[in-house]
Design a protein around this ligand. Structure first.
Ligand code: 13P
Ligand code: SF4
Length: 320
Protein backbone atom coordinates (compact mmCIF):
# COMPACT_ATOMS: atom_id res chain seq x y z
CA UNK A 1 0.00 0.00 0.00
CA UNK A 2 3.00 2.29 -0.48
CA UNK A 3 1.01 4.05 -3.21
CA UNK A 4 -1.50 5.38 -0.72
CA UNK A 5 1.03 6.21 1.92
CA UNK A 6 3.08 8.40 -0.40
CA UNK A 7 0.13 10.31 -1.79
CA UNK A 8 -2.01 12.97 -0.17
CA UNK A 9 -5.42 11.83 1.03
CA UNK A 10 -7.02 14.64 -0.91
CA UNK A 11 -5.97 12.95 -4.15
CA UNK A 12 -7.90 9.78 -3.30
CA UNK A 13 -11.45 9.39 -4.54
CA UNK A 14 -13.97 8.92 -1.67
CA UNK A 15 -14.53 5.22 -2.37
CA UNK A 16 -10.81 4.51 -2.00
CA UNK A 17 -10.79 6.45 1.25
CA UNK A 18 -13.57 4.29 2.63
CA UNK A 19 -11.73 1.12 1.58
CA UNK A 20 -8.46 2.36 3.04
CA UNK A 21 -10.01 3.50 6.31
CA UNK A 22 -11.67 0.10 6.69
CA UNK A 23 -8.39 -1.69 5.94
CA UNK A 24 -6.32 0.48 8.27
CA UNK A 25 -8.87 0.18 11.06
CA UNK A 26 -8.43 -3.59 11.01
CA UNK A 27 -4.65 -3.42 10.63
CA UNK A 28 -4.34 -1.04 13.61
CA UNK A 29 -6.94 -2.84 15.73
CA UNK A 30 -8.67 0.52 16.01
CA UNK A 31 -12.19 1.49 16.97
CA UNK A 32 -13.81 4.58 15.45
CA UNK A 33 -16.07 6.43 17.88
CA UNK A 34 -18.16 9.23 16.33
CA UNK A 35 -20.49 11.84 17.74
CA UNK A 36 -23.85 12.53 16.11
CA UNK A 37 -22.59 15.95 14.97
CA UNK A 38 -19.99 14.49 12.61
CA UNK A 39 -20.30 14.52 8.82
CA UNK A 40 -22.61 11.73 7.65
CA UNK A 41 -19.85 9.81 5.81
CA UNK A 42 -17.83 9.67 9.04
CA UNK A 43 -20.89 8.48 10.99
CA UNK A 44 -21.41 5.72 8.40
CA UNK A 45 -17.85 4.44 8.83
CA UNK A 46 -17.79 4.56 12.62
CA UNK A 47 -18.10 1.51 14.86
CA UNK A 48 -20.23 3.47 17.32
CA UNK A 49 -22.18 6.72 16.84
CA UNK A 50 -23.48 7.95 20.20
CA UNK A 51 -23.94 10.89 22.55
CA UNK A 52 -21.22 12.12 24.90
CA UNK A 53 -22.08 9.66 27.66
CA UNK A 54 -22.30 6.67 25.30
CA UNK A 55 -18.97 7.54 23.72
CA UNK A 56 -17.26 7.94 27.11
CA UNK A 57 -18.50 4.49 28.11
CA UNK A 58 -17.32 2.99 24.82
CA UNK A 59 -13.91 4.57 25.28
CA UNK A 60 -13.62 3.24 28.82
CA UNK A 61 -14.46 -0.36 27.91
CA UNK A 62 -13.00 -0.88 24.43
CA UNK A 63 -10.44 -3.62 23.88
CA UNK A 64 -9.12 -1.99 20.69
CA UNK A 65 -5.51 -0.75 20.74
CA UNK A 66 -6.35 2.57 19.13
CA UNK A 67 -9.34 4.87 19.72
CA UNK A 68 -10.00 7.14 16.75
CA UNK A 69 -12.22 9.83 18.18
CA UNK A 70 -14.32 11.50 15.50
CA UNK A 71 -15.58 14.32 17.68
CA UNK A 72 -14.08 17.34 19.40
CA UNK A 73 -11.03 17.65 21.63
CA UNK A 74 -12.75 17.42 25.04
CA UNK A 75 -14.34 14.11 23.96
CA UNK A 76 -11.05 12.58 22.81
CA UNK A 77 -9.39 13.91 25.98
CA UNK A 78 -12.11 12.23 28.06
CA UNK A 79 -11.36 8.95 26.27
CA UNK A 80 -7.66 9.28 27.17
CA UNK A 81 -8.46 10.11 30.79
CA UNK A 82 -10.67 7.02 31.09
CA UNK A 83 -8.46 4.62 29.17
CA UNK A 84 -4.84 5.85 29.28
CA UNK A 85 -3.16 2.71 27.91
CA UNK A 86 -4.89 3.20 24.56
CA UNK A 87 -3.55 5.41 21.83
CA UNK A 88 -6.22 8.07 21.30
CA UNK A 89 -6.13 9.98 18.03
CA UNK A 90 -8.42 12.66 16.59
CA UNK A 91 -8.69 13.59 12.89
CA UNK A 92 -8.14 17.30 13.56
CA UNK A 93 -6.47 18.44 16.78
CA UNK A 94 -7.94 21.93 16.26
CA UNK A 95 -11.50 20.59 16.67
CA UNK A 96 -12.27 22.47 19.88
CA UNK A 97 -15.51 23.60 21.50
CA UNK A 98 -16.78 27.12 22.11
CA UNK A 99 -18.49 25.96 25.30
CA UNK A 100 -15.28 24.44 26.70
CA UNK A 101 -13.44 27.64 25.66
CA UNK A 102 -15.96 29.76 27.56
CA UNK A 103 -14.57 28.42 30.83
CA UNK A 104 -10.84 29.27 31.13
CA UNK A 105 -9.22 27.24 33.96
CA UNK A 106 -7.53 30.21 35.69
CA UNK A 107 -10.77 32.21 35.90
CA UNK A 108 -12.76 29.17 36.94
CA UNK A 109 -10.19 28.37 39.63
CA UNK A 110 -10.71 31.83 41.18
CA UNK A 111 -14.50 31.45 40.94
CA UNK A 112 -14.34 28.09 42.69
CA UNK A 113 -12.08 29.45 45.46
CA UNK A 114 -14.58 32.25 46.12
CA UNK A 115 -17.33 29.62 46.65
CA UNK A 116 -15.51 27.03 48.80
CA UNK A 117 -18.60 25.23 50.10
CA UNK A 118 -20.09 24.51 46.71
CA UNK A 119 -20.18 21.05 45.18
CA UNK A 120 -18.84 21.51 41.64
CA UNK A 121 -20.78 19.79 38.87
CA UNK A 122 -19.26 20.24 35.43
CA UNK A 123 -20.83 19.40 32.11
CA UNK A 124 -18.53 17.07 30.17
CA UNK A 125 -18.05 19.81 27.52
CA UNK A 126 -15.04 21.27 29.34
CA UNK A 127 -11.28 20.86 29.44
CA UNK A 128 -9.40 18.32 31.57
CA UNK A 129 -8.31 21.23 33.81
CA UNK A 130 -11.94 22.11 34.58
CA UNK A 131 -12.79 18.43 35.14
CA UNK A 132 -9.89 18.22 37.58
CA UNK A 133 -11.43 21.08 39.61
CA UNK A 134 -14.86 19.39 39.68
CA UNK A 135 -16.51 17.03 42.14
CA UNK A 136 -18.54 15.24 39.50
CA UNK A 137 -19.08 15.44 35.73
CA UNK A 138 -22.41 15.13 33.94
CA UNK A 139 -23.72 15.00 30.40
CA UNK A 140 -27.08 16.16 29.12
CA UNK A 141 -28.25 12.52 29.34
CA UNK A 142 -27.55 11.99 33.02
CA UNK A 143 -27.50 15.50 34.56
CA UNK A 144 -30.76 15.14 36.49
CA UNK A 145 -29.72 11.76 37.88
CA UNK A 146 -26.35 13.15 38.96
CA UNK A 147 -27.90 16.20 40.65
CA UNK A 148 -30.39 14.02 42.53
CA UNK A 149 -27.49 12.28 44.31
CA UNK A 150 -26.00 15.44 45.79
CA UNK A 151 -27.30 16.14 49.33
CA UNK A 152 -30.05 18.77 49.14
CA UNK A 153 -28.44 21.04 51.68
CA UNK A 154 -25.19 21.28 49.69
CA UNK A 155 -24.91 24.34 47.44
CA UNK A 156 -24.05 23.46 43.82
CA UNK A 157 -21.86 25.30 41.35
CA UNK A 158 -22.68 24.26 37.79
CA UNK A 159 -20.29 24.90 34.88
CA UNK A 160 -19.79 25.77 32.10
CA UNK A 161 -23.18 25.89 30.29
CA UNK A 162 -25.60 28.51 31.64
CA UNK A 163 -28.43 27.29 29.35
CA UNK A 164 -28.24 23.68 30.49
CA UNK A 165 -27.79 24.89 34.09
CA UNK A 166 -30.87 27.12 33.92
CA UNK A 167 -32.90 24.33 32.32
CA UNK A 168 -31.83 21.90 35.09
CA UNK A 169 -32.77 24.41 37.79
CA UNK A 170 -36.26 24.69 36.32
CA UNK A 171 -36.62 20.93 35.83
CA UNK A 172 -35.35 19.87 39.25
CA UNK A 173 -36.32 22.91 41.33
CA UNK A 174 -32.77 23.03 42.64
CA UNK A 175 -31.04 26.38 42.82
CA UNK A 176 -27.48 26.43 41.47
CA UNK A 177 -24.73 28.94 40.99
CA UNK A 178 -24.07 29.03 37.22
CA UNK A 179 -20.91 29.70 35.26
CA UNK A 180 -21.76 32.02 32.36
CA UNK A 181 -20.72 29.88 29.38
CA UNK A 182 -22.57 28.71 26.29
CA UNK A 183 -22.30 26.87 22.98
CA UNK A 184 -22.04 29.01 19.85
CA UNK A 185 -24.26 26.62 17.86
CA UNK A 186 -27.09 26.26 20.38
CA UNK A 187 -27.07 30.02 21.05
CA UNK A 188 -27.70 30.87 17.40
CA UNK A 189 -31.18 29.42 16.82
CA UNK A 190 -33.89 31.89 15.89
CA UNK A 191 -37.10 31.84 17.92
CA UNK A 192 -38.87 33.81 15.18
CA UNK A 193 -37.83 31.49 12.36
CA UNK A 194 -38.62 28.36 14.39
CA UNK A 195 -42.14 29.69 15.03
CA UNK A 196 -42.53 30.56 11.34
CA UNK A 197 -41.57 26.98 10.48
CA UNK A 198 -44.09 25.71 13.00
CA UNK A 199 -46.81 27.86 11.37
CA UNK A 200 -46.04 26.20 8.04
CA UNK A 201 -45.93 22.75 9.68
CA UNK A 202 -48.49 22.96 12.51
CA UNK A 203 -48.37 19.22 13.20
CA UNK A 204 -44.59 19.22 13.69
CA UNK A 205 -43.23 18.67 17.19
CA UNK A 206 -40.42 20.99 18.26
CA UNK A 207 -37.61 19.03 19.90
CA UNK A 208 -34.51 20.73 21.29
CA UNK A 209 -31.19 20.13 23.02
CA UNK A 210 -30.95 21.66 26.54
CA UNK A 211 -27.91 23.70 25.46
CA UNK A 212 -30.43 25.98 23.67
CA UNK A 213 -31.53 29.27 25.18
CA UNK A 214 -34.67 29.54 27.34
CA UNK A 215 -36.55 31.48 24.61
CA UNK A 216 -36.17 28.40 22.36
CA UNK A 217 -36.74 25.72 25.01
CA UNK A 218 -40.04 27.31 26.09
CA UNK A 219 -41.51 26.23 22.72
CA UNK A 220 -40.16 22.68 22.80
CA UNK A 221 -42.46 19.66 23.04
CA UNK A 222 -39.46 17.58 24.08
CA UNK A 223 -35.99 18.47 25.43
CA UNK A 224 -33.12 16.01 25.63
CA UNK A 225 -29.58 14.97 24.77
CA UNK A 226 -28.78 13.91 21.20
CA UNK A 227 -29.52 10.24 21.95
CA UNK A 228 -32.80 11.13 23.68
CA UNK A 229 -33.85 13.29 20.71
CA UNK A 230 -33.04 10.39 18.39
CA UNK A 231 -35.11 7.95 20.47
CA UNK A 232 -37.96 10.45 20.62
CA UNK A 233 -38.41 10.80 16.84
CA UNK A 234 -38.53 7.01 16.68
CA UNK A 235 -40.95 6.39 19.54
CA UNK A 236 -43.28 9.40 19.17
CA UNK A 237 -46.30 8.94 16.93
CA UNK A 238 -45.83 12.29 15.13
CA UNK A 239 -44.64 12.33 11.56
CA UNK A 240 -42.97 15.76 11.54
CA UNK A 241 -40.31 17.25 13.80
CA UNK A 242 -38.43 20.54 13.98
CA UNK A 243 -35.05 19.48 15.35
CA UNK A 244 -33.27 22.24 17.25
CA UNK A 245 -29.71 21.07 17.71
CA UNK A 246 -26.64 20.64 15.50
CA UNK A 247 -27.91 19.37 12.16
CA UNK A 248 -25.56 16.36 11.98
CA UNK A 249 -28.05 14.42 14.14
CA UNK A 250 -30.53 14.47 11.24
CA UNK A 251 -28.47 11.81 9.45
CA UNK A 252 -29.09 9.14 12.12
CA UNK A 253 -32.68 10.30 12.55
CA UNK A 254 -33.39 10.00 8.84
CA UNK A 255 -31.90 6.50 8.85
CA UNK A 256 -34.13 5.46 11.77
CA UNK A 257 -37.34 7.09 10.51
CA UNK A 258 -37.02 7.49 6.72
CA UNK A 259 -40.80 7.94 6.41
CA UNK A 260 -40.92 10.93 8.80
CA UNK A 261 -40.26 14.61 7.96
CA UNK A 262 -37.36 16.14 9.85
CA UNK A 263 -36.79 19.89 9.64
CA UNK A 264 -33.54 21.43 10.86
CA UNK A 265 -34.02 24.22 13.41
CA UNK A 266 -33.12 27.47 11.62
CA UNK A 267 -30.41 29.85 12.85
CA UNK A 268 -30.87 33.66 13.06
CA UNK A 269 -29.02 34.24 9.82
CA UNK A 270 -30.87 32.49 6.97
CA UNK A 271 -27.77 32.59 4.77
CA UNK A 272 -25.40 30.70 7.10
CA UNK A 273 -25.10 27.06 8.10
CA UNK A 274 -24.68 28.13 11.72
CA UNK A 275 -26.58 25.06 12.95
CA UNK A 276 -23.46 23.08 11.96
CA UNK A 277 -20.72 23.08 14.59
CA UNK A 278 -17.58 24.51 12.92
CA UNK A 279 -15.40 22.56 15.35
CA UNK A 280 -17.06 19.20 14.77
CA UNK A 281 -17.00 19.80 11.04
CA UNK A 282 -13.21 20.25 10.97
CA UNK A 283 -13.02 16.46 10.90
CA UNK A 284 -13.27 15.09 7.36
CA UNK A 285 -13.00 11.66 5.77
CA UNK A 286 -9.57 12.63 4.44
CA UNK A 287 -8.32 13.59 7.89
CA UNK A 288 -9.80 10.40 9.33
CA UNK A 289 -7.79 8.40 6.80
CA UNK A 290 -4.58 10.31 7.55
CA UNK A 291 -5.14 9.93 11.26
CA UNK A 292 -5.47 6.15 10.96
CA UNK A 293 -2.51 5.97 8.59
CA UNK A 294 -0.16 8.07 10.75
CA UNK A 295 -1.72 7.43 14.19
CA UNK A 296 -1.59 11.17 14.66
CA UNK A 297 -2.55 13.71 15.94
CA UNK A 298 -2.47 11.92 19.27
CA UNK A 299 -4.04 13.06 22.56
CA UNK A 300 -1.43 13.14 25.32
CA UNK A 301 -1.72 14.48 28.83
CA UNK A 302 0.18 15.07 32.04
CA UNK A 303 -0.43 12.07 34.34
CA UNK A 304 -1.16 14.24 37.40
CA UNK A 305 -3.82 16.16 35.48
CA UNK A 306 -5.27 12.93 34.11
CA UNK A 307 -5.63 11.40 37.56
CA UNK A 308 -7.29 14.54 38.93
CA UNK A 309 -9.74 14.62 36.01
CA UNK A 310 -10.39 10.87 36.28
CA UNK A 311 -11.93 10.98 39.76
CA UNK A 312 -15.00 13.13 38.88
CA UNK A 313 -15.47 11.24 35.60
CA UNK A 314 -15.48 7.88 37.36
CA UNK A 315 -17.93 9.27 39.87
CA UNK A 316 -20.21 10.27 36.99
CA UNK A 317 -20.06 6.78 35.51
CA UNK A 318 -20.77 5.22 38.93
CA UNK A 319 -23.73 7.55 39.54
CA UNK A 320 -25.26 7.12 36.06
P1 13P B 1 -24.78 15.12 23.80
O1 13P B 1 -24.50 14.30 22.58
O2 13P B 1 -24.26 14.44 25.02
O3 13P B 1 -26.23 15.46 23.89
O4 13P B 1 -23.94 16.48 23.67
C1 13P B 1 -24.16 17.41 22.70
C2 13P B 1 -22.98 18.27 22.44
O5 13P B 1 -23.02 19.46 22.45
C3 13P B 1 -21.74 17.67 22.11
O6 13P B 1 -20.84 18.66 21.82
FE1 SF4 C 1 -19.04 22.56 21.56
FE2 SF4 C 1 -21.39 23.43 20.78
FE3 SF4 C 1 -19.79 22.32 19.03
FE4 SF4 C 1 -20.97 20.80 20.93
S1 SF4 C 1 -21.97 21.88 19.28
S2 SF4 C 1 -18.82 20.76 20.28
S3 SF4 C 1 -21.01 22.25 22.62
S4 SF4 C 1 -19.39 24.23 20.13
Amino acid sequence: MAFFEENTAEALPPQDLVTEITRLKKARNAVILAHFYQESEIQDLADHVEDSLGLARRAQTTDADVIVFAGVHFMAETAKILNPTKKVVIPDLAAGCSLADSCPPDEFGKFKISHPNHFVVSYINCTAEIKAMSDVICTSSNAEKILSQIPENRPVLFAPDRNLGRYLMEKTGRNMLLWDGSCMVHDIFSEKRILQLKTKHPAAKIIAHPECEEKILQHADFIGSTSKLLNYVESDASNEFIVVTESGILHQMQKKVPHKTLLAGPPEDASCACNECPHMRLNTLEKLYLCLRDLSPEITMDEGLRLSALRPLERMLEWS
